[in-house]
Design a protein. Structure first.
Length: 467
C-alpha cells in the first residue's frame, strides 16, 4: 500500500481521521481515491493525425445515514480538502450508529495482464499499428470508402478505505480499439463497426488482432448490400452466440440489479427463489474473467471480484448487490458496486453478463428446428422498461429462416418482447457460449465498462417489426 499512500499524499492515520469526520453525520463512510491517465490516437483518411490526453485525480467521500446518502468529492487529496469534503457529505445529518456489510475476506484473482505497460509504449509504434490495421481492411475489400480507427488506453490507480477499517487498492489497465468502415457499392453505402477491448497492456496489439478485426469488418458484406426488410409478425427468433448477449444485458440483467428490486421497480422484485425459465439455464454476472473488459479485482466499494449466479437451473437465486442493497437483503455484497469515477456515487452495476452453454446441440440444430422465423447476429441500440420488462432492439444483420434453412438476408428490423416472457420462452440453448470482447459501455446514470455473451438460443415467440 505504500506506493498508493505516496501517490495520494495520505497516511493511514489521516484515512481514519477523514472517516471519523464523515461518521459525525452518518453510520457509514467510505473513501475512493483515483488517478486515471487516458490517451487516444485517431486515424482518419489513412493518417494518424490527432490524439488526446486526459488526467483525472481526486477522492470521493460517501456518507450513509439510513436511506439517505451524502456524497462529495475533491480534486485535491490534501488533508484539509478531504476533511472539507467529508463535512459536505455529512450534511445529510442524523447519526444512528455504525453499520456496514463486510466484504467476504478473499484474495481477489489476478485478472489483469500488463506485460507491456501502456505508459512505456512507443507512440509511433502504436500509430503504425493503426495504419497496418487500415491497410489490412482495404486489402480484403475493394469497396472500402472510408476507415476511421481509434486506439485508446487508460491506467487507473485506485485506493479505497471505509468505516469497517477495510483498505484495498487496484491498478486497472484498459485498452480499446474501435474501427468504423463505410463501404460503397453501386450508389449504396453500408457502415460497419468492429472493436476489441481488454484489461491488459499494449501486448494486445498483435498482427493476429489486425487479422481478426479486418476479417470481421468485411464478413458477409455481399449479404448486407443485398439485405431487405422482411414482413413482420410474431415468430421464433434464433440469436447468434456472442454479441446477442446485449439483449441479455439490457432486457434481463438490469432487472436483476438490486437497487431496482429493493425499490420495487423491477419486474423481478418478488421472484427471488422462483423459477423464471426452463431447467438447465444459468445466467451469470462475472468479474473474474482474465483480461475481460468487464472484470475488476475489486469493485468500487472495495469488495473482491467474484462470479455471481443470478439464475441457477432456471431459478432466480441472486440479485446484483452493492453494500447498501446487501445490507437491506441481509446477504453478502456481490462485488457489483461500481462508479464512473471518483465524482460519482457507487450503485449496483453489471460486469460481464452471460448465459452458460446449454445442451441442445449446435446453432445449425436450432436453425433446423424452425419452420419460419428469423436469425439475428448483430444488435444495435435498444430500449428497455425495467418495471414492465418490455424491450425493443434494432437488428443490424440477420437472415430469414424458412423450413430450417437460412435464406434472405434481412436488416432494418426491430425485435420486440418482454424480458421475463422471453426468458420463459427460451426453447433451446446451444453449447457454443461466446463472450463478446467489444467496447461495450453501460450507461445507467453513469458510464462503466462492461461485457456480455451468450450461446446461440432459440426463443419461440417474439415480435419482429418489419413491413
Amino acid at each position: 500500500m505504500k506506493s498508493y499512500f505516496e501517490l495520494f499524499g495520505i497516511t493511514p492515520a489521516q484515512l481514519r481521521a477523514v472517516v471519523e469526520e464523515g461518521l459525525k453525520g452518518g453510520n457509514w463512510c467510505d473513501l475512493y481515491f483515483e488517478q486515471t491517465v487516458y490517451n487516444d490516437l485517431l486515424l482518419r483518411d489513412g493518417v494518424v493525425a490527432s490524439g488526446g490526453f486526459h488526467f483525472d485525480y481526486g477522492c470521493g467521500i460517501r456518507v450513509l445515514s439510513g436511506e439517505k446518502t451524502g456524497y462529495a468529492y475533491s480534486e485535491s487529496t490534501d488533508i484539509q480538502s478531504l476533511m472539507d469534503a467529508a463535512r459536505a457529505a455529512t450534511s445529510i445529518g442524523g447519526n444512528c450508529g455504525r453499520i456496514g456489510t463486510p466484504a467476504i475476506k478473499t484474495v481477489p484473482p489476478e485478472i489483469y495482464s500488463m506485460q507491456l505497460e501502456w505508459g512505456q509504449a512507443d507512440k509511433h509504434a502504436l500509430a503504425a499499428w493503426l495504419e497496418r490495421l487500415e491497410s489490412a481492411i482495404r486489402a480484403r475489400e475493394s469497396r472500402v470508402a472510408k476507415v476511421i480507427a481509434m486506439l485508446s488506453w487508460s491506467e487507473s490507480e485506485i485506493l479505497m478505505y471505509n468505516s469497517l477499517d477495510e483498505l484495498s487498492s487496484d491498478s486497472r489497465p484498459l485498452g480499446n480499439v474501435t474501427v468504423t468502415i463505410i463501404f460503397a457499392h453501386e450508389g449504396r453505402t453500408e457502415q460497419r463497426s468492429v472493436s476489441r477491448s481488454f484489461r491488459c497492456g499494449s501486448e494486445m496489439l498483435t498482427d493476429t488482432l489486425i487479422d481478426e478485426l479486418a476479417a470481421e469488418a468485411v464478413a458477409g458484406l455481399d449479404d448486407s448490400f443485398a439485405a431487405r426488410r422482411p414482413k413482420g409478425g410474431r415468430m421464433p427468433v434464433v440469436m447468434a452466440a456472442g454479441a446477442s448477449g446485449i439483449l441479455l444485458h439490457e432486457a434481463m440483467g438490469h432487472a436483476f440489479e438490486a437497487d431496482f428490486n429493493r425499490k420495487g421497480q423491477s419486474i423481478f422484485c418478488d421472484r427471488m427463489g422462483k423459477r423464471i425459465c426452463r431447467r438447465g439455464i444459468n445466467i451469470i454476472d462475472d468479474g473474474t474473467i482474465p483480461g475481460n473488459r468487464g472484470s475488476i479485482r475489486y469493485d468500487d466499494e472495495g469488495v473482491p471480484g467474484q462470479k455471481t449466479y443470478m439464475v441457477s437451473d432456471g431459478v432466480l437465486t441472486s440479485y446484483l448487490h452493492d453494500r447498501i442493497s446487501a445490507g437491506f437483503y441481509g446477504v453478502s455484497p456481490t462485488g457489483n458496486g461500481r462508479r464512473e469515477s471518483f465524482r460519482y456515487n457507487p450503485i449496483p452495476r453489471m460486469r460481464t453478463t452471460y448465459m452458460e452453454s446449454g445442451s441442445d446441440g449446435t446453432l445449425d440444430d436450432l436453425i433446423a428446428s424452425v419452420r419460419k422465423g428469423v436469425y439475428v447476429d448483430k444488435f444495435a441500440n435498444g430500449e428497455v422498461r425495467i418495471g414492465e420488462g418490455d424491450f425493443t432492439f434494432y437488428v443490424n444483420r440477420g437472415y430469414l429462416i424458412e423450413n430450417g434453412r437460412l435464406t434472405m438476408p434481412v436488416k432494418d428490423i426491430n425485435i420486440i418482447g418482454n424480458g421475463p416472457q422471453a426468458l420463459a420462452d427460451i426453447e433451446a440453448v446451444a453449447g457454443d457460449l461466446k463472450i463478446d470482447n467489444g467496447t461495450w459501455t453501460c450507461g445507467k446514470e453513469q458510464s462503466v465498462a462492461v461485457s456480455c455473451g451468450i450461446p446461440s438460443v432459440l426463443i419461440k415467440n417474439l415480435t419482429v417489426g418489419g413491413e
